[in-house]
Ligand binder design. Structure first.
Ligand code: AHR
Length: 635
């Protein structure tokens, strides 16, 4: 049997422990979380009409001219010159691999428009199903020679996952259009410019402790011109600088030439989401380096000032009074109260002396003005995907011991065996003073980001085993998140991913439910759970951790059985008298290859049970290949 000492504290579990990692990869934001249905709404992709098809029944009767505005924050609009409309002149938008349209739900359409010669007075809008049948239509009228936003609402007569939208111009003449937009009205909290409610709900159900954003490699960009610049993502949505996505390239034969960031979800929306979810916001900023897996472009050290300013101004945007420049913008955007930012990452997955040389001046400037902001430095990966692997990690750790960032971010993309074999990875890890953020990790069933990876039960169970190790080492590991978070079934670049969605539906993977069981049952303090005076890190195919929940007055045990047979686990609990009933949440599958799908989204998901505790002795039959979370009253 196992010995559990309810009274003895190994470590406090930080409320931040289990969190989420955001990156606009796999159409996670544009085409996913961001509920906008129109792709390239402001004609600012590389090709101005990417995502749009010209509708012109009579050949040359209609011409489209992208107009450059000389305003970098709103670079283009589209001029439509109709000489001869025939039976129609217009534009069709394809959405993000189609548009998800819902029967009976009002969808909010808007367009910025002005007429140049007074002859186009109305625009007709149609929503179509995948067969080209019109399932909703409406009109906007009152176009005049001043730019104005016209709106209408359309309610589809049927549900369609691959819909499209046509806009038809009525009249002969020249008209300018911009910001053509369509949103379902059932966004999260009913907000305008809002988020897809089903996807946010999946995140809310995790009850995350922190929200890291905006990545990932998109922080760095393919080159520096494409890096994530938070100032380009705040203010009015039509004044956000559309930028090519770092994942818009042929990645392992999965091209996404239409992958841009509209920044409809920008830093303000990320802060707001963190607040909605009760999670600590964790922005990560570029440190003057483009993605080293791509160009690795570096900003010269004497030109780092804009990067330093971005960091200082971001803290002002998040926390500053409304009298400050950036605090005022936050208030104008709708949030006069500060967002209470406490931590900031400098650099994503960087390596080499070039990183440290840039990190130091940025961090020195932050600390001089905001000594309480905690800094997150990176060691990049575990060495398995770095060009010079372990050497790079060793170098960075030498530097972090010297520079003492409050938090260091480590990443692991390994196979399931590695995660099981390394459930004790942090047991003997040097305690340098920096806390650890295990910021990106996921078991890869085939290979790192292989297109053939599956979110199968083998990967999820190995992650459950690894998580016992993170939790047991909560004195050191204060935050952890799986990556990537989201993937669109028709537009992904990387597998595996925590949550899959299409234009209408979504589901959590087995890996999601493992994360959920941990994040919903953290407890407040780690306590010893041992067999023969050793933590349980794979002996007899079992992995376990135990916590005390001082708020609930409960003992929580998480135990993973990797055997193809059931195992009876019994626990000698010292230091507490236990209640009469133990409740259990169990995830199991005899088929290690099994995974959840749109049709069976909860095929592998927790099941609740409870059992009487006989004679004051806690014991439980663990199913083959299972994760079991036990909770019992303890006094
Ligand atoms: O999670 C996918 C990618 O993996 C992230 O963008 C990057 O940080 C890591 O290499």
């Amino acid at each position: 049997s196992f010995q559990v000492n309810y009274d003895e504290t190994i470590a406090k579990i930080e409320p931040t422990m289990y969190g989420i990692f955001f990156e606009d990869i796999n159409f996670a934001i544009d085409g996913g979380l961001y509920a906008e249905l129109v792709k390239n709404r402001s004609f600012e992709f590389d090709k101005p009409l990417r995502g749009w098809t010209e509708l012109k029944d009579k050949g040359l009767g209609v011409r489209f001219f992208p107009i450059n505005t000389n305003n970098p924050r709103n670079a283009r609009f589209m001029r439509v010159q109709i000489d001869e409309p025939g039976s129609g002149a217009g534009l069709a938008n394809e959405g993000f691999r189609g548009m998800g349209l819902k029967e009976g739900l009002p969808h909010d359409f808007s367009i910025q428009v002005r007429d140049i010669d007074g002859n186009v007075s109305a625009i007709r809008i149609e929503l179509l199903d995948s067969n080209g049948q019109v399932i909703a239509n409406s009109r906007v009228e009152g176009i005049n020679n001043e730019w104005q936003t016209l709106t209408t609402s359309l309610t589809p007569s049927k549900t369609e996952a691959k819909g499209t939208m046509n806009i038809w111009f009525e009249g002969v003449g020249t008209v300018d259009i911009d910001m053509v937009s369509l949103f379902p009205s059932d966004t999260w909290k009913g907000r305008k410019n809002g988020l897809r409610a089903d996807l946010v709900q999946l995140l809310a159900d995790l009850d995350p402790g922190f929200l890291r954003f905006p990545g990932g490699c998109i922080v760095e960009g393919f080159d520096l011109s494409q890096r994530y610049q938070w100032k380009n993502t705040v203010g009015d949505v039509d004044e956000r600088v559309v930028t090519i996505n770092r994942w818009n390239f042929e990645f392992d034969h999965r091209p996404a030439p239409d992958y841009y960031q509209s920044f409809g979800v920008g830093f303000y929306e990320y802060f707001l989401l963190a607040e909605d979810l009760g999670a600590e916001p964790m922005p990560i900023l570029n440190c003057g380096m483009a993605c080293q897996f791509n160009t690795g472009e570096l900003v010269p050290l004497d030109q780092l000032d804009p990067y330093v300013e971005d960091a200082l101004d971001l803290i002002e945007f998040a926390n500053g009074s409304t009298d400050t420049k950036w605090g005022k913008l936050r208030a104008e955007m709708g949030h006069p109260e500060p967002f209470n930012l406490k931590m900031l990452g400098v650099g994503n997955e960087q390596w080499g002396p070039q990183y440290v040389e840039r990190y130091v001046p940025i961090v020195d400037a932050i600390k001089a003005q905001y000594p309480d902001i905690q800094i997150i430095a990176a060691t990049g990966s575990d060495g398995s995907i770095f060009p010079n692997g372990e050497e790079e990690i060793e170098y960075l750790w030498k530097e972090w011991k010297r520079l003492k960032p409050e938090i260091v971010d480590e990443h692991f993309y390994r196979n399931p065996d590695w995660f099981m074999e390394n459930a004790d990875w942090y047991d003997s890890y040097e305690r340098t003073g920096s806390k650890l953020f295990v910021g990106e990790w996921a078991a890869q069933s085939v290979g790192v980001a292989s297109p053939d990876n599956k979110n199968n039960w083998e990967t999820a169970l190995s992650e459950a085993a690894f998580l016992t190790g993170l939790e047991r080492n909560a004195d050191l590991v204060t935050m952890t998140s799986y990556a990537p978070l989201f993937a669109h079934a028709d537009g992904w670049q990387w597998t595996p991913d925590l949550i899959w969605f299409n234009n209408l539906d979504s589901y959590g993977t087995a890996n999601y439910y493992v994360q959920k069981l941990y994040s919903n049952n953290p407890g407040t303090h780690v306590i010893p759970l041992e067999k023969d005076n050793k933590p349980v890190t794979g002996q007899d195919g079992l992995y376990a951790s135990a916590t005390r929940d001082e708020n609930a007055g409960e003992l929580i045990i998480k135990i993973v059985n990797t055997n193809n047979a059931s195992v009876n686990a019994s626990f000698d609990v010292l230091g507490a008298e236990m209640g009469a009933t133990v409740s259990a949440q169990v995830m199991s599958s005899k088929d290690m290859e099994a995974y959840n799908t749109f049709e069976e989204g909860d095929k592998i998901s927790p099941r609740s049970e409870s059992q009487k505790v006989e004679g004051g002795k806690l014991s439980y039959d663990l199913e083959p290949y299972s994760l079991t979370v036990l909770r019992i009253e303890a006094k």
